[in-house]
Design a protein around this ligand. Structure first.
Ligand code: ADP
Ligand code: MG
Length: 410
């Protein structure tokens, strides 16, 4: 009995440390990972996971789990109807189950994706004073069942976690929105100047045409700013679903080359694809990976020199597939490299040369990270830049040669 009491006390002491730890971060990914590890620890569970609730789509999104890598768990949607987590959200009640498989609410398709076998579950709703944020679940108690103490500790953790998640999300949004509004100012002010000038009777037809051209390119830029901003906001909030399929990388590289061809032609830039040989199919969200490659390619063309080249290739390491976009362009100064993937960051020296939003690389990073991968850059001023995307490659199936356009004219 005394032992149980000490255990409980230690647990609560630990909770206070955890609370401090949670309050100290506004980075959502780091925060969620701290929460699940703390949840598993204090409830003595084999694993723990968090599902976040999106009240617009009324769906739950699997976010983090102690026992799964990022690429597996991201994008799993759990329905409100027919899942234990959904029941917790709808009823705002705690659930304690000894054998999940005997429970009619159990949603087994997560298991099929993750390969984890759930036995006991202790699940609690994550609620702040005005809304439900998601569900925290402790999974599999190795000896015996989850106890009342486990439940009350998890509830205390859950209350802190919900507030911390809400704070991190609000911070993220306000940060992004204020930067966005700031970015709107420049194009808006040039649009207003342009329209003012158009109203002046003394300007020539030639000047008029030039101003109209200006308005056209500014509105195009605003348009792409708006869609990039939306993309990024969705990715940052963790609400993007990655729809994985297995596809040929060679085909995708050629498709991207074709998509960018006319832009490349304008600068007389040659795009070459080195056809990857014997590459296995890649298991990823094809549209999203295409978006990343197109972003990198359009940068490689935009920040190139006249008559330059861009090369795309793919390589395979033991665990990863690497997609590489290399150019013979301007290069990036060393001091800019650490900031390259920050929102709205553009190299000052490049600003006059090409129009852009500075969001492209942030989007690339979010997508690649969301696949459990990483993106790296190497650059030399006046020589060129190499971007490499490393994507985890599950060696589940035997490599299969691609029947892409091998040897096709580049
Ligand atoms: N291949 C490249 N060569 C040189 N500079 C690059 C390259 N790719 C990106 N950059 C620099 O990084 C900045 C951020 O890129 P990005 O986020 O795609 O924004 P944008 O293309 O809208 O300017 C660019 O403004 C540019 O200065
Ligand atoms: Mg770009």
């Amino acid at each position: 009995m005394a032992e149980v009491k000490t255990q409980k006390l230690d647990g609560y002491r630990r909770l206070i440390d955890i609370a401090r730890d949670l309050a100290s971060t506004l980075d959502l990914d780091i925060l969620l990972s701290r929460i699940v590890h703390a949840a598993a620890e204090i409830s003595g569970a084999e694993a723990a996971s968090i599902l976040l609730y999106d009240d617009t789509s009324r769906q739950l999104y699997f976010q983090v789990a102690t026992n799964m890598d990022e690429s597996t768990r991201r994008g799993i949607v759990v329905p409100l109807e027919g899942s234990i987590a959904g029941w917790i959200v709808s009823n705002r009640k705690t659930v304690r189950i000894t054998n999940a498989h005997n429970d009619p609410r159990f949603f087994s398709s997560v298991e099929q994706t993750t390969g984890f076998s759930t036995k006991s579950i202790l699940g609690i709703p994550l609620v702040t004073k005005n809304k439900i944020v998601g569900v925290l679940e402790a999974l599999n108690k190795p000896r015996g069942n989850f106890t009342d103490t486990d439940e009350s500790m998890l509830l205390v953790l859950g209350a802190q976690a919900a507030v911390a998640i809400e704070n991190a999300r609000l911070f993220q949004q306000s940060d992004l929105i204020s930067e966005f509004v700031h970015e709107l100012r420049t194009p808006l002010s040039s649009l207003s100047t342009a329209t003012y000038l158009l109203m002046r009777p003394e300007i020539s037809q030639e000047q008029r045409d030039q101003i109209v051209n200006n308005i056209h390119s500014e509105t195009m830029r605003l348009n792409s700013l708006a869609s990039s901003f939306l993309d990024l906001a969705r990715l940052e909030s963790g609400r993007v679903q990655f729809r994985k399929t297995r596809f040929s990388v060679a085909d995708l590289l050629y498709e991207c080359k074709d998509a960018i061809a006319s832009k490349a032609l304008e600068g007389n830039i040659q795009i070459r694809v080195e056809p990857p040989e014997g590459m296995p199919l890649l298991d990823a969200d094809r549209d999203k990976i295409k978006q990343v490659l197109l972003n990198l390619l359009s940068n490689a063309v935009k920040y190139n020199r006249p008559n330059g080249t861009v090369m795309m290739r793919a390589e395979l390491t033991e665990k990863e597939m690497v997609l590489i976009v290399q150019d013979t362009g301007l290069g990036i100064p060393d001091e800019a490299l650490p900031h390259l993937f920050e929102k709205f960051f553009r190299v000052r020296e490049h600003e006059g040369r090409a129009s852009g939003t500075g969001l492209g690389l942030s989007i690339c990073k979010q997508i690649v990270n969301g696949h459990g991968g990483r993106i790296e850059v190497k650059s030399k001023i006046g020589v060129g830049t190499v971007f490499s995307i490393f994507l985890p490659y599950a060696n589940k199936t035997s490599p299969r040669a691609e029947n892409g356009r091998k040897g096709a004219k580049q």
